[in-house]
Ligand binder design. Structure first.
Ligand code: ADP
Ligand code: ZN
Length: 761
C-alpha cells in the first residue's frame, strides 16, 4: 500500500510514500506522519491511500503521529476548499486546520503518577509513623496524585514507594487531562422560557435542523457548496444559514444555548465561534453551566490562545474522541473535528477578527457557512450590527433573517446624545478632551454612585508627538506611520513594528528645534491623567492592551468593576464587547470620528458598529442608560444612525454608497500586495503583475492600481497594491493561482493575495 502525503512545506505538490508493513493498519486518510524528504524528516498529512503509485522506488513512511487520524475527511475537504478559494498553497491551508499543539509531535498527553489504596486483607501491618501518616491520607482519598500526596502528607516519593512495596498502595502512570477550568465551580443553569420573538427564531432554527437531517438520510449526496464566489449558485431551497439580528441583551445567547441542546438531542455536536476578545470566562461559563456541569464535565471544550499548549492538546483531543460535543472558541475553532456536526454559531459575525491576516487568509464566518453547506449543518450568525455582506445576503434570500427587536428585560435603548466638539474648542487652547456636557454627566454618576465607561479607540498617551511650531510629527523610521507617545515609560513606540525611541527634548526638525514640542491627539493614558485631575476622588482604572499584559489582569479589573470598586473604567476595544454591568449608566465616547477617517470603504460601517456596540454597554440594569458621543463630524450618517439605533436606515444608505462605487457586497474584492525593500522594484513588479492580469482578459474584472498602500512602509518594506473587483471570485481565485504560479518576481519582492480582505491598509 502507498500513501499520498501533503507535506508541511508549501510546495503545492503531494508526494507518494510506501506504507511499511509494521505501520499498515495504522495509516489512513488524515493520519499525521513523518516522512523522509531529501536529507530531512518532515511532517505531513496523508490525503489518500492507494494500492499503487505512478512513481517507482518510494521511500517509506517513518512514523505515525497520534493513535487516531487527526484530520477528518470532512475537515480535509474544507481545507482543500480554503486553499482554492483563498488562493494559498494547499499545505498552508491544511496546516491551519490543526492547532499547533496537536500538529507538533512533542505536545502529548500528560501522564502522571496516581496513588491508589489497595484492599487490605486482614489486619493493617504495623507501620512506622511517617508511612502511617501517608497511608491515612491515601486511605481517606482512595486515589490521589503522587505529587499532591507528597505535598499534603509532607513526605517523599520514597516513603510512598515503601507503601507500594508492602502492597498497600498501587502507583501507576496514567493520562491526566489538563482542564483549564478545573478550578472553577460552575453552577448548572436551566433553559429560560423564551419570549415570543426568541421562540419564533428558535423554532425556525430547529425546523431547519430537523429538515436538513431528513435530507441527509434521504440522499447522502454531495452538497453543492458554492455560496461564496458565485452569485448564480444552485442554492438550497431550504435555508440553512440564519442571520440573527438582535440588539445586545435581546437574548441571542439563550437561543444559541437552546439550539445547541436540540443538536445534542439529535446526537449531533455544535461549534460556537466568538471573537477572541469576547471569549471571556463569563462567556465560557454560560455554556459550561448549561452543558458541562456535574457529570457532563467534558461536554464543552474550549479552544483559545490563552490556553497552554498542553491544555489545547487535551481540549482538542476531547473533541476528536467525541467526548466533547460542543466547542467554543475563536476563529480557528471552525476547524474543530466535531462529528456529526449539527450546528455552527458565529456570534458577533461582523467582527473583523474572524479574518485571519496571514495565509491562509480565511474569514471564519464565511468558512462556517461553507462548512455548514458541506456537512449539512445549520449555521446561525448573530449580531446587533450585522455586516453589510450578511444583511445583504438576507435581502437576496441567501440567508434567512431572524430578528429580536427588543431587549429581553424590555428596557429602552440608552438615550444617546451627540456632542459637537467643534463648539467646545477654546481660542488658542485647542479642544478639551471632555466637553462640559460629558463632565457634568460624569459628576452626576459619581454623586449617585453609578458607574461610567469611557471609550477611546486608541492606545497610548497621545497618538503622536507633534511640534506646535513647525508641525513636525515623529514617525517610525521603518514604517510610514507616526509614533505613539507612551508617557509612563517616556517613550515613543510604533504600533506596527514595535520600534521604540526616546522622547526628544526638542523638536527633531533641524530648522526648528523647538523645546515646546507638545502632544497632539489623545490616548487612553492622557484621558486617565486628565480625568484624575478633574475628579480627584473618583476611582479610575484604565484597560487597554498596554496595561492588560496578563490574562488575569483583565479578569481582575473586570471583577473589581463588577463589585463596584471602580467608578470609571477607561478603555479601548477591549471594553466594547459583550460585557454586562448593571450599574453602568453612562458611556462616553471620547472621539467618535477616529475610525471614520481611514482610507477604507468600510470606515463608516466600522464606526457605526463600534458606536452601537459601545452604547450597548450602558443601562443594562434597572436605570436607563445614557451615552455621550463626542465628535467633530457630528452629522456623519454613521454617527447619526448609531444615535438613533437605526441599523436598517444605516444599511440602506451605506448600501447605496457601496453600489455607486461597486464595492462589496456588490462585488468581491481581492487585494494584491507586493512588498520589498527596494521601492522601485516593488513598483515595477506591481506594474508587471497588472499586465499579466490584463492578459487574462477575464470578464467582469475591475483592476485598480497599482498604488502605494495606505501604509506605504511597514517594517522597512515598501508596499504597493492592486485591488481587483469581480462578481465571480471562485473564477478569479483560479486565475490568480495560475498567475502566481508562473509569475517571475525579483527575489526580494513578495506577493500576498488577500481574498475578501477586511484590512485594506
Ligand atoms: P444577547 O446574547 O443578545 O446579548 P443574552 O442571551 O445574553 O442576550 O440575554 C441577556 C440577559 O437576559 C441574560 O442574562 C439572559 O440570561 C437573560 N434572558 C435571555 N432570555 C430571557 C428570557 N426569555 N427571559 C428572561 N431572561 C432572559
Ligand atoms: Zn514601525
Amino acid at each position: 500500500m502507498i500513501a499520498r502525503v501533503s507535506l508541511e512545506i508549501a510546495l503545492r505538490k503531494e508526494f507518494d510514500y510506501s506504507i511499511p508493513a509494521d505501520l499498515s493498519g495504522q495509516i489512513d486518510v488524515g493520519s499525521r506522519v513523518q516522512v523522509p524528504f531529501g536529507p530531512r524528516k518532515i511532517l505531513g498529512v496523508v490525503t489518500a491511500v492507494a494500492e499503487e503509485s505512478g512513481h517507482a522506488n518510494l521511500k517509506p513512511i517513518l512514523k505515525v503521529i497520534g493513535a487516531q487520524t487527526l484530520v477528518t475527511p470532512k475537515v480535509l475537504k474544507l481545507a482543500r476548499w480554503i486553499g482554492e478559494y483563498y488562493c494559498c498553497a494547499p499545505e498552508t491551508a491544511l496546516k491551519s486546520v490543526l492547532p499547533e499543539a496537536v500538529r507538533k509531535e512533542d505536545a502529548s498527553w500528560r501522564e502522571r503518577l496516581f496513588v491508589r489504596a489497595l484492599p487490605v486483607s486482614g489486619e493493617l501491618p504495623k507501620l512506622p509513623k511517617r508511612q502511617r501518616d501517608v497511608w491515612n491520607v491515601v486511605e481517606e482519598r482512595r486515589e490521589i496524585l503522587l505529587s499532591e500526596l507528597v505535598e499534603l502528607a509532607e513526605t517523599t516519593a520514597a516513603t510512598v514507594r515503601k507503601l507500594e512495596d508492602r502492597g498497600l498502595v498501587s502507583i501507576t502512570n496514567e493520562i491526566s487531562e489538563r482542564d483549564p477550568y478545573a478550578n472553577e465551580t460552575i453552577l448548572a443553569s436551566q433553559p429560560i422560557v423564551l419570549n415570543p420573538a426568541q421562540a419564533a427564531a428558535l423554532e425556525k432554527i430547529v425546523e431547519a435542523m430537523d429538515k436538513r437531517n431528513d435530507e441527509v438520510s434521504m440522499s447522502n449526496n454531495e452538497t453543492k457548496a458554492s455560496f461564496v464566489g458565485s452569485s448564480t449558485s444552485s442554492f438550497n431551497i431550504h435555508h440553512s444559514t440564519f442571520l440573527l439580528h438582535g440588539v445586545t441583551g435581546s437574548g441571542k445567547t439563550e437561543i444559541y444555548l437552546q439550539a445547541i441542546a436540540h443538536a445534542l438531542e439529535k446526537g449531533q455536536g455544535a461549534i460556537v465561534l466568538v471573537p477572541e476578545i469576547s471569549l471571556t470566562p463569563q462567556t465560557v461559563e454560560r455554556f459550561k453551566a448549561r452543558f458541562s456541569s456535574g457529570k457532563l464535565q467534558t461536554l464543552v471544550a474550549v479552544l483559545h490562545s490563552h490556553l497552554s499548549a498542553g491544555e489545547r492538546h487535551d481540549e482538542w483531543h476531547k473533541i476528536r474522541q467525541g467526548r466533547a460535543r460542543i466547542v467554543i472558541g475563536a476563529r480557528s475553532a471552525i476547524f474543530a473535528p466535531v462529528e456529526p456536526l449539527g450546528l455552527v454559531i458565529v456570534d458577533e459575525e461582523h467582527e473583523q477578527t474572524y479574518k485571519q491576516e496571514e495565509a491562509p487568509r480565511y474569514h471564519a464566518r464565511d468558512v462556517a457557512v461553507m462548512r455548514g453547506q458541506m456537512e449539512n449543518a445549520v449555521v446561525v450568525l448573530g449580531s446587533a450590527t450585522p455586516s453589510l455582506e450578511s444583511f445583504y445576503n438576507c435581502k437576496k434570500g441567501k440567508f434567512a433573517l431572524l430578528e429580536l427587536p427588543e431587549r429581553v428585560d424590555n428596557q429602552k435603548m440608552p438615550r444617546t446624545r451627540v456632542v459637537d466638539m467643534r463648539q467646545t474648542a477654546r481660542d488658542g487652547k485647542g479642544t478639551p478632551i471632555f466637553s462640559p456636557q460629558l463632565k457634568e454627566a460624569i459628576t452626576q454618576r459619581l454623586e449617585r454612585k453609578e458607574q461610567t465607561i469611557l471609550f477611546l479607540n486608541r492606545r497610548g498617551y497621545s497618538t503622536s508627538l507633534q511640534c506646535p511650531k513647525c508641525g513636525h510629527v515623529c514617525e517610525c523610521p521603518n514604517c510610514s506611520i507616526s509614533l505613539t507617545y507612551h508617557r509612563v515609560e517616556q517613550k515613543l513606540a510604533c504600533h506596527v513594528c514595535g520600534h521604540n525611541a526616546r522622547v526628544p527634548n526638542v523638536c527633531p526638525n533641524e530648522k526648528c528645534k523647538n523645546p515646546a514640542i507638545r502632544f497632539a491627539g489623545t490616548g487612553t493614558q492622557k484621558v486617565e491623567d486628565i480625568l484624575g485631575k478633574l475628579f480627584p476622588h473618583a476611582r479610575i482604572r484604565r484597560m487597554d492592551a498596554d496595561v492588560m499584559k496578563k490574562k488575569d489582569d483583565y479578569r481582575r479589573v473586570l471583577g473589581e468593576f463588577r463589585h463596584g470598586e471602580i467608578d470609571i473604567l477607561i478603555g479601548t476595544q477591549m471594553i466594547a464587547k459583550g460585557l454586562h454591568f448593571p450599574n453602568v449608566t453612562l458611556v462616553g465616547i471620547i472621539y467618535a470620528d477616529s475610525a471614520l477617517h481611514q482610507p477604507d470603504f468600510r470606515a463608516g460601517e466600522r464606526t457605526f458598529q463600534l458606536l452601537t456596540q459601545v452604547a450597548g454597554r450602558a443601562g443594562r440594569g434597572d436605570i436607563e442608560g445614557e451615552v455621550f458621543v463626542q465628535a467633530f463630524t457630528p452629522f456623519h450618517p454613521a454617527i447619526q444612525y448609531a444615535r438613533r439605533h437605526d441599523f436598517v436606515g444605516f444599511f440602506e444608505q451605506e448600501l447605496e454608497f457601496r453600489k455607486q462605487l461597486n464595492y462589496p457586497p456588490f462585488s468581491r474584492v481581492a487585494l494584491l500586495t507586493l512588498k520589498g525593500r527596494n521601492e522601485d522594484k516593488v513598483k515595477f513588479s506591481a506594474e508587471h503583475l497588472k499586465r499579466e492580469l490584463e492578459k487574462m482578459a477575464l470578464k467582469d474584472l475591475t483592476i485598480s492600481g497599482p498604488a502605494p498602500a495606505p501604509l506605504l512602509r511597514a517594517e522597512n518594506f515598501y508596499r504597493h497594491q492592486i485591488m481587483l473587483r469581480t462578481r465571480a471570485m471562485s473564477r478569479l481565485s483560479l486565475a490568480l493561482a495560475k498567475i502566481t504560479a508562473t509569475l517571475a518576481l525579483p527575489d526580494d519582492v513578495t506577493l500576498a493575495v488577500d481574498i475578501d480582505p477586511v484590512n485594506l491598509s
